[in-house]
Design a protein around this ligand. Sequence first.
Ligand code: SME
Length: 171
Amino acid sequence: MAETTLDLRGVPKPEAYATLQGHIESVLEGVRDDIAAMATMSALIHHAFGFLWTGFYRVVEPGRLLRVGPYQGALGCLDITFGRGVCGTAASERRAMLVRDVNDFPGHIVCDARAQSEVVIPVTDATGTLLAVLDVDADRVAAFDQDDVAGLSRIVAWFAAPRPAAPPALG
Ligand code: SME
């Protein structure tokens, strides 16, 4: 297992995401636990790019409510209703949201006044059920582009990949 947290600032994004993807897959080798995967991804994505906030909001009431999951950064909002803010919109419409300037997004939920731009990616399991959204915030306007949407979408595709069933517990 690769043990280090990579710093990929300064590396062109497509190359950085390819490296990060390989690193995350290597760290998660043999892992089947979604929360462990969310925690690992949050830490590695966050530190690779020096983002302001990186983490997951989990679906706790399908079609109704998201609740904060593993994240890195300052205190995040705990609950977000489907349809509210950038995360709730991504969840209800099940599509990636790329917000160049959060001040221009009506209904943006301010968890940290330093956040200026944001990208949110829906996370689905192998059956297509929405599990969560991945939310990444930056402290400058226009920090994200389609390379981030593509790179982050590939990372969270881990949750939809078929994985062998866990071996029976030892008695
Ligand atoms: N800004 C988000 C809320 C979550 S936090 O930024 C951590 C939104 O509008 O959905």
